[in-house]
Design a protein around this ligand. Structure first.
Ligand SMILES: Nc1ncnc2c1ncn2[C@@H]1O[C@H](COP(=O)(O)OP(=O)(O)OP(=O)(O)O)[C@@H](O)[C@H]1O
Length: 468
C-alpha cells in the first residue's frame, strides 16, 4: 500500500499563512477490463491482480495562501474535480498529503450534499450544520439564504422535485452564508440564469476580499478575471502553475493549435476592399458603418443581440438613499423605436428616466455595461457633459437622460446594464439609486468578435510590400 493518505483540517488559530497545502498528491483507480475481472478480484483477493491501475491525478503540489484566488483549468477529464474533491475532503488521496486551514465550503458535484427526500429548507439546515453553523446561527440567516436562492415556494418541496438550476441556487446560497474561510467553486455549476450568475459573481468578488477561493472553470476569461494564479492540469498531471494570465494564454494557444490540427483547417483569411480614403476622411465617425457589414450581412453573420425590457420587479441588488429613483431604462434606436433586437456596431440610445422625490441639484446619471462575469466593459455618466450646468429639479419632476453610443460587437453571452443616479460631483457624491442588472441583453452570435468586445473596424488592410 502507498503512503498513508491524509486530508485534514489544520487548527483554526494556526498562524501559518498557507491555507491549503497539497504535497505529492495522487489518486488512482482500479480499472477492470470486464465485470468478470472485478468478480475474480473479489474472490481471489490478494493472490493475483485483475486490474490496471489508472492514475486520475498524480504528482500534484500546490500551496495556496490566505486571501488568494487560484484558478484550475484543464480539459475534460484532466483531474480538476478529483483534486477539488480531495481538497474539500470528500475524496481520499491514494498518495500524498493535503492540509486545509479553516472552514471549507465547496460547490462541486451537483446536489451531492443534498438529501433528495428532504425539503430545500431541511437541506439548508442539514448542510449549514455540517458546515459548522449552530441552529441559532442558521435561524438568523435563513431569510438571507432563501432570498439569495430565490426559489420561492419550492423551498418547502423535496429537493428531488427541483430543476438542476434550483439545486445550484440553493447550494450556492448555503455556501455563501456559512462564513467559509475557503470556498471551492466549480464554475460550471454556478451558471444558472444570467441574473443568478451576476449575483454569484458579485458574491465571489466580495468573498475574495476576505477569504481564499479555488475556482474551476473551462472559461479562460473567467479565470483571468477572477484569479491571480492558476494551475493547469493535463491528463492528471500538473502542466503549469503561474500567473493566471500566463497560464490561460498558454492553455488557449495550445487548445487552439490542437483544435486546428485535429480539424485540418486552414488559417481563416478575410480579404476586404479598402474604401477610397477621401470618402473615409470626410465621413463623420458616428455615421461610419463597419465596412465589413455588407459581406457579413450576406453571410448572415451579423452579431444579433436580443434585448429584454426593464422590469423593476426582476432586477439585481439596488441601493441608495432614494431621494431620486430610477423609473425607466430603455434601449432605443436613434429614431426613437423601442429595440428588441439589435446588431453589434449599431448606434443606440440608452435612456434612463429618474423621478426626484426631493428637490436636488447636481444630479449625475450613469450606467455600466457588464459581461456575464460582472466585469465592467464600458459605461459613462452625465457629469462631464453638464459640469457647467448640472441637471437639477424639484420634488416630483422627472429627469430623462440619454446616452447615444455605438454598441460594440460582443461575444455570445448575456450582458447586463447597471444604472445609477447620484447627486454631487464626480469625486464626492451621494448614491441616490443604483440598480444592478437593470437591463439584460444577449449577444447571440460571436463570429466576428475578439476579446471582451469588438469595435466596428474602420479599415482592415493587408499589403504585400515585397522586399525579398
Ligand atoms: N470513480 C472513478 N473511477 C475511475 N475513474 C475515475 C473515477 N472518477 C474519475 N475518474 C477518472 O479520472 C479522470 C479525472 O476526472 P475528473 O472528473 O477529475 O476530471 P475533470 O477535469 O474534473 O473533468 P470535467 O472537466 O469533465 O469535469 C478522468 O479520466 C475520469 O474518467
Amino acid at each position: 500500500m502507498s503512503s498513508e493518505p491524509a486530508t485534514h483540517q489544520m487548527p483554526e488559530d494556526g498562524d501559518d499563512r498557507v491555507v491549503i497545502s497539497v504535497r505529492g498528491v495522487g489518486k488512482s483507480y482500479r480499472m477492470y477490463d470486464s465485470p468478470a475481472h472485478r468478480l475474480w478480484q473479489g474472490l481471489l483477493g490478494k493472490r493475483k491482480s485483475f486490474f490496471r491501475e489508472f492514475w486520475a491525478l498524480r504528482g500534484i503540489d500546490l500551496e495556496v495562501r490566505r486571501g488568494e484566488t487560484v484558478g484550475i483549468i484543464g480539459r475534460n477529464g484532466s483531474g480538476k474535480s478529483t483534486l477539488l474533491q480531495m481538497i474539500a475532503g470528500t475524496l481520499t488521496p491514494t498518495e500524498g498529503e493535503i492540509q486545509v486551514h479553516g472552514r471549507v465550503a465547496a460547490l462541486l458535484e451537483l446536489g451531492s450534499g443534498f438529501n433528495p427526500e428532504f425539503t430545500g429548507r431541511e437541506n439548508v439546515y442539514l448542510n449549514a450544520t455540517i458546515l459548522g453553523l449552530s441552529r441559532q446561527q442558521i435561524d438568523a440567516r435563513i431569510a438571507d439564504i432563501l432570498a439569495f436562492a430565490d426559489i420561492g415556494e419550492f423551498i418547502d418541496q423535496p429537493v428531488r422535485s427541483y430543476s438542476s438550476g434550483m439545486v445550484v441556487r440553493l447550494a450556492f446560497a448555503v455556501i455563501a452564508h456559512v462564513d467559509a474561510d475557503v470556498l471551492i467553486v466549480d464554475e460550471a455549476l454556478a451558471v444558472g440564469d444570467a441574473f443568478f450568475s451576476q449575483k454569484c459573481m458579485r458574491f465571489l468578488r466580495d468573498f475574495q476580499k476576505r477569504g481564499t477561493l479555488l475556482f474551476v472553470s473551462h472559461d479562460a476569461a473567467a479565470v483571468t478575471n477572477l484569479c491571480a494564479r492558476a494551475l493547469w492540469l493535463e491528463n492528471g498531471r500538473p502542466r503549469m502553475v503561474a500567473d493566471a494570465q500566463d497560464v490561460v494564454e498558454r492553455y488557449m494557444a495550445e487548445q487552439h493549435i490542437a483544435e486546428r490540427a485535429q480539424s485540418g483547417e486552414q488559417e481563416f483569411v478575410v480579404v476586404a476592399a479598402k474604401r477610397s480614403s477621401k470618402q473615409e476622411e470626410s465621413a463623420h465617425a458616428a455615421s461610419l458603418p463597419d465596412f465589413r457589414e455588407d459581406a457579413l450581412r450576406e453571410a448572415h453573420a451579423l452579431p444579433r443581440m436580443q434585448i429584454f425590457q426593464f422590469d423593476p420587479d426582476s432586477v439585481g441588488a439596488q441601493f441608495g438613499v432614494q431621494q431620486a429613483v430610477i423609473e425607466g431604462v430603455e434601449l432605443r434606436a436613434t429614431d426613437g423605436r423601442m429595440l428588441h433586437v439589435l446588431d453589434g456596431g449599431e448606434v443606440v440610445d440608452l435612456s434612463i428616466r429618474v423621478r426626484l422625490r426631493n428637490a436636488l441639484d447636481q444630479v449625475i446619471v450613469g450606467f455600466y455595461v457588464k459581461d456575464r462575469l460582472g466585469q465592467r466593459l464600458f459605461g459613462d455618466n452625465t457629469y462631464l457633459a453638464y459640469v457647467k450646468n448640472p441637471p437639477k429639479g424639484r420634488a416630483g419632476e422627472v429627469l430623462k437622460s440619454r446616452f447615444r453610443f455605438r454598441m460594440p460587437i460582443l461575444p455570445a453571452g448575456s450582458y447586463m446594464i447597471d444604472v445609477a443616479v447620484a447627486s454631487g460631483s464626480q469625486l464626492e457624491h451621494t448614491q441616490q439609486h443604483w440598480i444592478h442588472d437593470a437591463l439584460e441583453f444577449r449577444a447571440l452570435d460571436d463570429t466576428i468578435s475578439f476579446g471582451l468586445m469588438g469595435l466596428p473596424m474602420l479599415e482592415i488592410a493587408v499589403a504585400n510590400e515585397g522586399g525579398v
